[in-house]
Design a protein around this ligand. Structure first.
Ligand code: NAD
Length: 298
């Protein structure tokens, strides 16, 4: 039986959205999931949720709707295709929690348009990867009104261990782009540090151990390099295509606001140029490969 405020739609059930659906089901929310891939929708049913036959069913039934979609364009198109269904929800303030790494201008425009229909829209991108999503331990950075954040808080708490409401609409997206710009930079600088160590005769594992005991460390050196890069696993669950998108969006944001960021320019060029050797579907940790010339699929 549907309980008011406990039905959560999850749209986009990929590496992140599927884990979020799992965390919500474990916290006893009634989850209705939809993905363009019917197999992914069905996988939510196997967890104890419900597979929505169409997007419209999610928009008609859910009290809260979590998006985990690749790009801002996907977010815009999913919302526009369902404006009629949302219009019919007048009287209940449905809140959309958009966890996609999206664009501040798009989020602001959607939040303003949806507010006119009595629907809340939070830009609420996340950090913590597929494992953080599946364990309800994401960090979530939110832009939007305090009232909508308060309404959506139980749903957000089921997905995230760190909740940072950073400002008005668009602020969550800005925070996420800044975060991922630094991830992109740390990936390159850490890989270069380890290449220098190797070229000078020091084992990269030993060099990494020093960084992580000293002041050159980052989250990337502590987690990504030992887990996915030096281990040659390259299966973090975050794709090159999505990371290149994030770096591009950070550069575009810098252009839009007139920020002069020479390091960002260079980091952006290196990530954009990687398209020639790494496919969109490759794991983004391949950008940190320390050993040169290793076959991609070795
Ligand atoms: P993914 O490619 O694994 O999953 C995206 C899913 O969305 C796919 O299953 C796809 O079929 C579905 N989809 C696309 N368009 C759709 C539509 N119109 N309707 C319904 N479903 C649709 O991507 P992901 O890695 O889960 O990332 C999702 C978002 O989260 C992205 O914006 C990404 O940048 C961000 N993100 C990813 C990670 C990570 O580690 N993977 C971490 C933080 C943030």
């Amino acid at each position: 039986m549907s309980e008011v405020g406990r039905t959560v739609g999850v749209v986009g059930l990929g590496s992140m959205g599927f884990g979020m659906a799992k965390s919500l089901i474990e916290k006893e929310f009634q989850v209705i999931g939809f993905d363009l891939s019917p197999e992914r929708s069905q996988a939510v049913a196997a967890l104890g949720g419900r597979a929505a036959p169409s997007l419209g069913d999610v928009f008609a039934a859910a009290d809260f709707i979590v998006f985990s979609l690749p790009t801002a364009r996907d977010v815009e198109s999913v919302v526009s295709a369902n404006l009629d269904a949302l219009g019919k929800r007048r009287g209940t303030r449905v809140v959309i929690i958009d966890t996609s790494t999206s664009e501040p201008a798009v989020s602001r425009a959607l939040a303003a348009k949806l507010d006119g229909l009595g629907i809340g829209f939070l830009d609420a991108p996340v950090s913590g990867g597929p494992s953080g999503a599946a364990t309800g331990k994401l960090a979530i950075m939110i832009g939007g009104s305090p009232e909508d954040v308060a309404l959506a808080r139980p749903v957000i708490e089921a997905m995230a261990a760190k909740i940072l409401h950073v400002g008005a609409s668009g602020a969550g997206n800005i925070a996420k782009l800044v975060n991922n710009l630094l991830v992109a930079a740390h990936m390159l600088t850490t890989a270069e540090g380890l290449k220098l160590a190797a070229a000078a005769g020091l084992d990269p594992e030993a060099a990494l151990g020093v960084l992580n005991a000293a002041s050159g460390k980052s989250f990337l050196s502590e987690v990504h390099f030992p887990t996915w890069i030096l281990s040659d696993r390259f299966d973090s669950g975050f794709s090159m295509g999505l990371m290149r998108k994030d770096v591009r969006l950070a550069r575009e944001l810098a252009d839009q606001v007139g920020a002069k960021l020479p390091v960002t320019e260079f980091v952006g060029e290196l990530w954009a140029a990687s398209k020639e050797r790494l496919a969109d579907s490759d794991d983004f940790t391949r950008m940190g490969a320390v050993a040169e010339g290793k076959p991609k699929d070795a």
